[in-house]
Design a protein around this ligand. Structure first.
Ligand code: AMP
Ligand code: MG
Length: 420
């Protein structure tokens, strides 16, 4: 191979992140079809139906305490007992309250007709049944109408849309769906992703021991976090491993991956050096847009198509790859599933650090929340330093040209909202 075989081309203008994201999302038409899954298995999936309740939750007024149900008007004072004429555990329905009496009641049991209050048992003294009569209760505090009663329909009213098409299901939403009787849910299909890494310097941990690494070799770290990030987003991943830095090998890998996959995701090889074969390979098979995005870390990024599959090429530098996945690939994958909420949460937070080097690019700084309600900065923000992403619990989204002084309010994006 000759040294410096090809002339370099001039620097392309940088594309603002918002523009790149909008263009990328314009290509992400939601996948066709839906899938019925057990509500048990639907965590993290995107709902493909509106869930309309056909019942009130709770279905009846019921007690939120173990105690006694009575009518406020029947209470005389703390000493005069009321006869206890029925016992209503949760799951049974009791009968109308006999005027002047109380009902022993338990949490979740329906309020008997005629009762308008519940007194918790801690405020009552049960009295013994005498001469074969009924037990009684002395209510020590004056009851207030409506106390300790959960009202019919206070959680969900019949006809309410409790969850909407396009919502991502959380553990709490599974519970809510179950509370209105859904044991199965229609969800968007999983995105089928083919993943591969490029780079002749890459070796797999486990295949070569650290002591035997040749000079210039590095372990493939991107493969591990990219696969895990994809899995957290519910994708079905076909991991094609490492593809050598050769045009024919890259073309063959892309061609194979374009069958049966919705997205081909690669890392590395999207820079402009002649060892970067992704560009000519994708162009030979389909279409490619190579963008230089105005963010740091994470400049080179590619979107294209190979056959019917989408193609996304991430940069090789680990932190660039990690950050561009979270900022661009995550919303793309969510949109393919028809999700309506694509943006991660961004919170106003106080910087407990100084950032004196304003950059021309919008920066995503690795930070973590400290115990006093501010953000600390990892001291090495290089795009190769993966330690920063483990030490940190999120990113500061710092606009281009901006310095940060200790105490300034900044935008914080927690990793928790970028990784799921
Ligand atoms: P590239 O984008 O292929 O020019 O790679 C940029 C930098 O990222 C180089 O230092 C590569 O060695 C490194 N790199 C590329 N792919 C990986 C990977 N899968 N794991 C770790 N580092 C990588
Ligand atoms: Mg490379």
């Amino acid at each position: 191979m000759s040294i410096d075989a090809k002339p370099h081309t001039a620097r392309a203008p940088l594309k603002p992140l918002d523009l790149a994201l909008a263009e990328l999302l314009a290509h992400a038409a939601p996948l066709a079809g839906t899938e019925a899954v057990s509500t048990f298995d639907a965590d993290g999936r995107v709902l493909a139906q509106d869930l309309v309740s056909s019942l009130d939750v709770p279905a009846l007024d019921n007690s939120s305490m173990d105690g006694y149900a009575l009518r406020c008007a029947d209470w005389a004072d703390a000493h005069t007992p009321l006869q206890v004429k029925q016992r209503i555990p949760a799951g049974s329905s009791g009968h109308a309250l006999v005027p002047g009496s109380a009902a022993r009641i338990f949490t979740g049991a329906p309020i008997p007709q005629g009762a308008d209050t519940v007194v918790m048992q801690e405020d009552c003294v049960a009295t013994e049944a005498a001469d074969g009569g009924l037990p009684g209760v002395r209510v020590q505090t004056q009851p207030k109408p409506g106390q300790w009663i959960r009202r019919r329909g206070e959680d969900v009213a019949s006809g309410d849309v409790v969850l909407r098409h396009g919502e991502r299901l959380s553990p709490a939403s599974l519970g809510l769906a179950a509370s209105i009787g859904f044991d199965k849910l229609q969800v968007a299909p999983r995105v089928r992703v083919a993943l591969f890494s490029t780079g002749d310097e890459l070796v797999m941990p486990g295949e070569v021991a650290p002591a035997d690494m040749k000079p210039g070799a590095i372990y493939n770290s991107n493969r591990f976090f990219l696969r895990a990030l994809l899995q957290r987003l519910g994708c079905t991943v076909t991991d094609l491993g490492i593809v050598p830095d050769r045009l024919d090998a890259t073309v063959a890998a892309l061609k194979g991956a374009s069958q049966q996959h919705d997205l081909i995701l690669t890392s590395g090889g999207v820079s402009v050096g002649e060892e970067d074969h992704i560009k000519p390979a994708v162009q030979a098979l389909g279409e490619l847009n190579l963008w230089q995005i105005a963010i740091k870390p994470g400049k080179p990024f590619a979107y294209g198509t190979v056959g019917a599959a989408h193609f996304i090429g991430l940069p090789g530098n680990p932190v660039s790859s990690f950050v561009t996945f979270m900022l661009l690939v995550r919303p793309f994958l969510l949109k393919l599933q028809g999700a309506t909420r694509l943006a991660p949460e961004s919170i106003a937070h106080r910087a407990h650090f100084n950032w004196t080097k304003a950059d021309k690019r919008r920066e995503f700084l690795r930070v973590r929340q400290d115990a006093t309600g501010g953000l600390e900065l990892f001291d090495n923000q290089s795009s190769g330093v993966l330690t920063s992403a483990v030490w940190g619990d999120g990113l500061v989204d710092n606009p281009a040209g901006q310095t940060i002084a200790h105490g300034d309010v900044v935008r914080f994006i927690p990793f928790s909202s970028l990784m799921s």
